[in-house]
Design a protein around this ligand. Structure first.
Ligand code: FES
Ligand code: FES
Length: 151
């Protein structure tokens, strides 16, 4: 597979989940393992441009595919506007949900730039945050969407 633009070849047990492969085999610990059964969204990564749950995806399912994690998306600058807005709006506290939240939010910014607050909440409904109460996260994403609309 290609991870953050780098070709990776490994032999792994068939039952290895993508999140464990990324974290333990490649040392990409920005993606978090929370519930590990598809509920919290902390493990969100992209495979071939689509967001997936790293805990519900097997590493072998990413064979031959392009995987993007929070590390690669941060380095490329793709998330810069959202990261800046999260910082400005105090939308991260412990930060455990933040990588998955940013990737899910960027998916919305790219696919639905006209999203309302309600639609932002709907899009993030698969990403849990135990700290912020979500208000600041929605504010941050709304800021970015408003900036996008001005362009
Ligand atoms: S760790 Fe994957 S959804 Fe919670
Ligand atoms: S900032 Fe702590 S879980 Fe979201």
């Amino acid at each position: 597979m290609t991870v953050n633009g780098t070709a990776i070849t490994r032999r792994v047990p068939a039952r290895t989940h993508l999140i464990d492969f990324l974290r333990e085999e490649l040392g990409l610990t920005g993606s978090h393992a929370g519930c590990e059964h598809g509920v919290c969204g902390a493990c969100t990564v992209r495979v071939d441009g689509r967001i997936v749950r790293g805990c519900l995806t097997l590493a072998v399912q990413a064979d031959g595919r392009r995987v993007d994690t929070i590390e690669g998306l941060s380095d490329s600058g793709e998330l810069a506007a959202l990261q800046d807005a999260f910082h400005r709006r105090n939308a991260a506290q412990c930060g455990y949900c933040t990588p998955g939240m940013l990737i899910a939010a960027q998916d919305l910014v790219a696919s639905h730039p006209g999203a309302t607050r309600e639609q932002i909440r709907e899009h993030l409904s698969g990403n849990y945050c135990r700290c912020t109460g979500y208000q600041a996260i929605v504010d941050a994403i709304e800021d970015v969407l408003n900036e996008e609309r001005k362009k």
